[in-house]
Design a protein around this ligand. Sequence first.
Ligand SMILES: Cc1cc2nc3c(=O)[nH]c(=O)nc-3n(C[C@H](O)[C@H](O)[C@H](O)COP(=O)(O)OP(=O)(O)OC[C@H]3O[C@@H](n4cnc5c(N)ncnc54)[C@H](O)[C@@H]3O)c2cc1C
Length: 385
Amino acid sequence: MLDFYSIESLLTPEQRAIRDAVREFVDGEILPNVRGWWDRHEFPAAIKDQFGAIGLFGPTLPQEYGCAGIDNIAYGLINYELERGDSGLRSFASVQGALVMYPFFAYGSEDQRRKYLPDLAAGRLIGCFGLTESDGGSDPGAMRTRARRDGDGWILSGSKTWITNSPIADIAIVWAKDDEGVVRGFIVPTDATGYSAPTIESKMSLRASSTGEIVLQDCRVGHEALLPDSGGLRSPLGCLTQARYGISWGALGALEAVYTCARDYAATRTTFGKPIAGRQLVQDKLVRMLTDHTLGLLMSYQLGRLKDENKMTFAQVSMAKRNNVRVALNGARLAREILGGNGITTEYPVIRHLLNLETVDTYEGTHDIQTLIIGREITGLGALE
Ligand SMILES: Cc1cc2nc3c(=O)[nH]c(=O)nc-3n(C[C@H](O)[C@H](O)[C@H](O)COP(=O)(O)OP(=O)(O)OC[C@H]3O[C@@H](n4cnc5c(N)ncnc54)[C@H](O)[C@@H]3O)c2cc1C
């Protein structure tokens, strides 16, 4: 792991062992193949079994539900290593863990947890999280999807867009307003009548991840579909806080990948009789990338400690997501410059990470939305609504 400040020395033996195992998996199974998956816009379906087998889905949730019960720094390191491979594959695991398994854990009944969590943890079931609608993802309170009471069940109607995993999912967590206008979460089997999930094609980002819509045409689900403890926008936003935490670590993995590539390239690329690594302007770019990586890692490490102590606030998470993703994106642009023309081909990982990070900077709350969340926290004045 890129580690200029010896953060390694702060890790427990268990955290190191988990990090090393995932790093080895990424080196052996993802890095040799990811360029082909990305170029072909192909989600590697077999990876769900591998992720399940090594415990990458919802690993902080308790062991009694088939999960690993690890701490949040170990979880952050998993995200870091996965995204060093590819942001799309980290997104696949993040959605499953933070946006599908977490709402079962936080808002589901005990029956729902026991029924679904072990299969989700093992990768036997894949889920997606449907919050965003086409009218504006930044304003989920304006959602139009409705859940109407129908006898002892519900009828869902509406549509969602930009949903990671929706074309490949077995179940969807769909957020809809009930008859009283309260946002509730529903577990929707993707083979339910009236449910479809068309793929979004021609994506130039997260191309190793599957993204689609969710279309609900009078889709009937039973009473047991409701997550009973969900209620209000704070329920889906609570899931986003979990996901943003993992993203803050993941983006630094992508930054390691582009920094390392640019540093190694600069060491061997010679112009005017000298390696470009010996040029001040190139060194400035490398130093900026490494400094940003170091600061981001310290931030996420401390955030993980706060999360383990149940002291992490959503504004702290917003700050880490906002900062770490943007510095990774800026770093990927600098790395692309260092690679010159070679920086635009997928023969090198840089352009793939750069384009992936455009999504990571946007989803789970855009950079500017995170700014407004933090701004409201420090001034007490809301500039978002
Ligand atoms: C590949 C991909 C995967 C995704 N996966 C999922 C998923 O699994 N589930 C899910 O529910 N969603 C998912 N999303 C959706 C994502 O969360 C939204 O794209 C994101 O929240 C932004 O919403 P939007 O695209 O509608 O942009 P908009 O909300 O229309 O925003 C457009 C611009 O306006 C700015 N803006 C908006 N409101 C304000 C304001 N009040 N003040 C200042 N500026 C503002 C934004 O910052 C942004 O720059 C995914 C998106 C992508 C691209």
